[in-house]
Ligand binder design. Structure first.
Ligand code: UDP
Ligand code: MG
Length: 312
């Protein structure tokens, strides 16, 4: 079986790595073609996510130099997930592989992905074997975060990010998810269909710097929770029950102390501390509610996810 394979690569200010990425991806396509796994029409699609460093000019050059290379230029920076979506929903092909531009993911395991797809898997997840190349900070926060997500009932593939193959059926299923703000690694497992995983070692970024500074990372983390789980809202309710129960017990205790023990409880702390404590809990709860209200607000607008300015 020979499939038409499309590779989607989101790029935000990646002109330093792109020539090398392109070389490796084209080599890979040539090899897969020689193995008769993929057809002549297989291609690479770079999505320029509003770069400001000449990435688009480079993509145009690469597209000119090789007919297998294509580019999609978004009108402005819309973020990694939106860039991915624009590629997934635009390109043709029997199967689409998404991979970061920075060569942290091993290009060569795409062959194993294609074989899994031909073997009947509709989605193939790239799973990193170790996180040895990540900093200790990133490793531990990521571990905690994904543990938390899982405990909130979100179905995630362990150690998988956005390096995956999706068959046409899976992509068409993805198209039907209407949310504007997508957290792909949480949504794709919801689709179902037969899935497989392939393992690889994650490398260091080949060149350039991470396009995910802490600020973006935090926004992404909150997005992941609020778009996939309502458990935080339930936790507020639970907390409300606990605090109410506790206050009720306190009232009983005070009545008992006054009537039976005849010992009025003196004290400033016992009245002031709860005020601050409850105030804190209330503010926190309102904040969490606010996150979801903001989410509803943004989603009900049904704003377009992205605009494609040009393609090559
Ligand atoms: N990216 C993007 N838009 C953004 C930020 C990042 O398209 O606003 C792309 C980036 O070019 C890269 C991928 O998303 O191909 C992952 O980014 P990066 O490797 O910098 O993230 P990290 O691996 O450090 O988490
Ligand atoms: Mg990276």
């Amino acid at each position: 079986m020979t499939i038409r394979l499309s590779i989607v690569v989101p790029c935000f200010n990646e002109h330093e790595v792109l020539p090398e990425t392109n070389r490796r991806l084209l080599d890979l396509l040539t090899r897969l073609r020689a193995l008769d796994l993929v057809s002549e029409a297989s291609s690479v699609h770079y999505v320029d996510d509003g770069s400001r460093d000449g990435t688009w000019a480079l993509i145009e050059q690469l597209a000119q130099a090789d007919p297998r290379v294509h580019g999609i230029k978004l009108s402005r920076n819309r973020g990694h997930q939106a860039a991915l979506m624009s590629g997934l929903l635009t390109v043709e092909g029997d199967a689409i592989v998404s991979i970061d531009a920075d060569l942290q993911d091993d290009v060569n395991v795409i062959e194993a992905m294609v074989r899994e797809y031909i073997g009947g898997a509709e989605v193939v997840y790239g799973v990193r074997d170790s996180r040895a190349t990540d900093t200790g900070f990133k490793r531990s926060t990521a571990l905690m975060y994904y543990g938390l997500l899982r405990r909130m009932g979100v179905d995630l593939v362990h150690n998988h990010a956005d390096f995956r193959l999706m068959g046409r059926r899976a992509v068409e299923a993805l198209r039907q998810y209407g949310e504007v703000n997508m957290f792909l690694r949480g949504i794709v497992p919801m689709i179902g269909y037969r899935a497989a995983t392939v393992k690889y070692d994650r490398a260091e970024r080949f060149a350039g710097e991470s396009k995910y500074p802490l600020r973006k990372m935090l926004a992404f983390a909150i997005e992941g929770i609020t778009s996939l789980s309502v458990v935080p809202l339930r936790l507020i309710t639970l907390l409300g029950f606990l605090v109410s129960g506790f206050s009720f017990a306190m009232i009983l205790f005070i009545v008992y102390g006054t009537l039976v023990l005849k010992a009025a409880i003196p004290g400033w702390a016992s009245s002031v501390v709860p005020i601050y404590f409850l105030g804190g809990i209330q503010l926190l709860s309102i904040g969490i509610l606010g996150e979801y209200v903001a989410k509803i607000y943004l989603e009900t607008k049904r704003r377009p996810r992205y605009f494609i300015e040009r393609t090559v």
